[in-house]
Design a protein around this ligand. Structure first.
Ligand code: ADP
Length: 294
């Protein structure tokens, strides 16, 4: 792999340059999600130039939210990426960065990255599941990355959880994203009178033995375990590769495994941490840019 990749999530915007399959340089900053969509596009262009992008090289741009076959970009959870509705992302980026740009959904990119270069190399059907600011998944089935023309595929955080009770920013009630995402954990901690706190601080409080935080941690792990079993039921994935700031937090994966062991055997996929760490989406995005989206 030689080229560039950019990854825009609900919390962070990152860019990487690759040479001979290795990460050479990386930049990370906060996503200016409150400043509106035009600013997001400008930030994507800016960070691409700062990482050294020169027209002609391949660059994969992975973004949270839905991206349809016309290259129009919209949010699914409107409280994470605000006012984002049918923005012509592919067109705006190629106007500025040239024809080497391929834009795709961040978790679809991550699934491709893990399948080709990371923790999915020896299975034919996997889900990459990110538990981060939001929750979503990307899939490779029988070796083929899944994609839907309207860009909705993989927004599994918008599925309804057994014990979900909160309103989600996507408009549905009781979703996984309103129960187990970093944003949800922070909001629930605040509602309990312990905020404002970061999800990292909530997990540290849980480790320190604070009961309220342990309840939030266990509830998030149990929701994600339930979601993993649902992914087996709907797509028959053999392995779930877990990623994202929350998914890769210390103790989270073993918590998910503990809850998953209560599900019937045939609904228990293997669960492994992202082999490419925080860079899964970047590897997949650049790989897709080189193969022009395939
Ligand atoms: P993005 O959503 O932009 O892709 P991340 O994958 O880093 O970014 O996810 C950000 C979310 O993960 C935030 O809610 C943040 O509080 C949470 N987070 C990041 N690191 C940790 C950690 N070590 N422990 C718990 N939560 C974390």
């Amino acid at each position: 792999l030689n080229g560039f990749a950019v990854d825009l999530g609900g919390t962070k915007l990152a860019a990487v340059s690759f040479a001979r399959g290795k990460v050479q340089n990386a930049l990370v900053r906060k996503t200016k999600s409150a400043d509106g969509p035009a600013v997001l596009v400008r930030e994507l262009e800016q960070i691409s130039k700062e990482i050294g992008y020169k027209e002609g090289a391949p660059i994969g741009v992975a973004v949270a939210g839905k991206l349809d076959d016309q290259g129009l970009w919209s949010s699914v959870n409107h409280s994470i990426l605000k006012d984002l509705d049918q923005l012509p992302l592919a067109k705006s980026l190629s106007n500025v960065l040239g024809p080497g740009v391929v834009a795709l959904n961040d978790t679809q990119a991550a699934a491709i990255g893990e399948y080709r270069y990371g923790a999915g190399q020896n299975v034919s059907s996997l889900a990459y599941l990110t538990v981060s600011t939001g929750i979503s998944a990307g899939f490779v089935l029988n070796g083929a990355p899944l994609h839907s023309p309207n860009g909705m595929l993989g927004h599994v955080g918008a599925m309804v959880s057994r014990n979900g009770v909160r309103q989600c920013g996507c408009g549905r009630m009781g979703t996984y994203e309103s129960r187990a995402s970093g944003r949800a954990i922070e909001a629930m901690a605040q509602q309990l009178g312990h905020g404002p706190v970061t999800c990292h601080q909530v997990f540290a409080a849980a480790t320190a033995g604070e009961h309220w935080a342990q309840v939030l941690f266990e509830d998030a792990c149990s929701s994600i375990a339930e979601l993993c079993a649902n992914l087996v039921a709907v797509l028959g994935v053999e392995r779930v590769v877990l990623g994202g700031g929350v998914g890769l937090a210390e103790g989270f994966l073993s918590g998910v495994k503990r809850h998953l062991s209560k599900e019937p055997m045939q609904f228990q996929p293997q669960i492994v941490p992202a082999g490419l760490g925080k860079h899964s989406a970047m590897y997949g995005a650049l790989s897709a840019a080189i193969t022009k989206g395939a």
